[in-house]
Ligand binder design. Structure first.
Ligand SMILES: Cc1ncc(COP(=O)(O)O)c(C=O)c1O
Length: 438
């Protein structure tokens, strides 16, 4: 049998997988997992605070999903729904339309990833409105396909050497401490008066919570003002729910936290219960504006993946995952607030449900502290907590919704020990060579 361990997997991965696909965080390779617990190839146990980047909302190794997948694969793994129906894509489309916000009759359009689902939203918005201009926000990440990448504005490495991207994309500020929401809306109105004819804009694309910018929560007035602008100029509002839908924020869709309805909801990540799946949900007349085969993929609406997705949603409904997300999120937030009283390098703590952003700052300047953040995350890996950071200095706290309270306590004790060692100067600068992030 092949001898696999963390070290040789990392070494062979560097040799065999294109480097663009992996962000350098830690040389750990996972072999198995159950719930919020993971084991690496050296047999070491970890608590997962990342949920495979929100693609494992029900945790790891879910037996019910595995059984449903096996039963479907034993019958028929997949038949391409580009030509013939199987039942699961239809059943999943009906289910997604029933949980999506609003009462108007809806349809679903499937893709194989979140990024491709974002591309489908762009296609639908342009085709339905007959307009080609798109507005999205600085700092947004909507995916890696050309369309999704063109409306993203997060990292130069994502855009270097690959242009031209799709044209007619205009980026505006997302509300932050430096840019208040009124200023952000004024910027768009200013553009509408001077150089960006609003009747040529197909869609405004938002993340209801700016995930990769550091899980920044905008004031609801900002989202509501965007909704009004969209209504005024007949522009479609697209909500990127790829990371935060499916109970992550204590609601089925993150936009529901802001009291508005979007025209199109883009889904991915946790949707397939760990298998690749993306979907666009919206009013029937919107989703039917494209003729076949304008957005079809051989493997989208994959029979077995749709079975996994249906089981995933069935379990979320049964365990009341929204309630769990809120209760555990509050429990965790309380623990961070207590830590903040002890450690002055903990800045803002924010979030809905089991999705928290915790800033690490330099206490004397109040500014971001990327070095401190890297050291804390690296030391957490070493001691058994999977924790990464966003935008250089925000801890990304998104454990599986099924994490046990005892596991939260264990993880937070571990994190507190790491923070104590950091504040004693006991974590050496040398770890900064290991962990880079992006
Ligand atoms: C908010 C958001 N949109 C889009 C994407 C792209 O999704 P995928 O990687 O599944 O294509 C991501 C992935 O990180 C995301 O977080």
């Amino acid at each position: 049998m092949e001898n696999l361990n963390n070290y040789n997997i990392q070494k062979r991965a560097v040799d065999s997988i294109a480097k663009t696909q992996q962000i350098p965080y830690s040389p750990v390779a996972f072999e198995k997992g159950e719930g919020a617990i993971l084991f690496d190839f050296d047999g070491k146990r970890y608590i997962d605070f990342l949920s495979s980047a929100c693609s494992a909302n029900l945790g790891h190794g879910n037996k019910e999903i595995a059984q449903a997948v096996k039963a479907q694969m034993d019958k028929l793994t997949q038949y391409t729904f580009a030509y013939f129906n199987t039942a699961p894509p239809m059943q999943l489309a009906e289910k997604l339309c029933s949980i999506a916000p609003g009462n108007s009759p809806k349809k679903a359009l499937f893709s194989c990833t979140g990024s491709a689902a974002m591309d489908s939203a762009i296609k639908v918005a342009r085709a339905y409105t007959g307009r080609n201009k798109l507005i999205s926000m600085e700092g947004a990440y909507h995916g890696s396909t050309y369309g999704a990448l063109s409306v993203s504005a997060l990292s130069l490495n994502m855009r270097r050497h690959i242009g031209p991207l799709i044209p007619e994309v205009y980026h505006f500020h997302y509300p932050t401490d430096e840019y208040n929401w009124e200023k952000c809306i004024e910027e768009i109105e200013h553009a509408f008066s001077y150089y960006l004819p609003p009747d040529e804009v197909a869609a405004i694309i938002i993340e209801p919570i700016a995930a990769d910018m550091g899980l920044i929560i905008p004031p609801e007035e900002w989202i509501q003002s965007l909704r009004k602008l969209c209504d005024k100029y007949k522009i479609l509002l697209i909500s990127d729910e790829i990371q935060l839908a499916l109970c992550r924020t204590g609601k089925w869709f993150a936009t529901e936290n802001f009291g508005i309805e979007a025209d199109l909801y883009v889904m991915g990540k946790a949707l397939g219960g760990g298998l690749p799946l993306g979907a666009l949900i919206g009013k029937k007349e919107l989703l039917d504006c494209l003729e076949p085969p304008a957005h079809t993929f051989t493997l989208s609406g994959n029979t077995t993946v749709c079975v996994a997705a249906l089981k995933n949603i069935e379990i979320m409904e049964r365990i009341d995952a929204n309630k769990l997300s809120i209760e555990k999120g509050n429990y965790l937030k309380d623990k961070f607030l207590k830590l903040k009283k002890k450690y002055d390098f903990i800045g803002d703590i924010r979030g809905f449900g089991l999705s928290l952003g915790v800033d690490i700052i330099n206490p004397s300047t109040g500014k971001k502290d990327p070095k401190a953040t890297s050291k804390i995350c690296y030391e957490c890996f070493k001691r058994g907590l999977i924790l990464i950071f966003l935008n250089k200095s925000t801890l990304r706290i998104q454990p599986p919704l099924v994490i046990e309270y005892a596991e939260i306590d264990e993880a937070m004790d571990l994190l507190e020990n790491v923070m104590q060692d950091y504040s004693n100067g006991a974590i050496s600068d040398s770890v900064l060579n290991e962990i880079k992030g992006w």
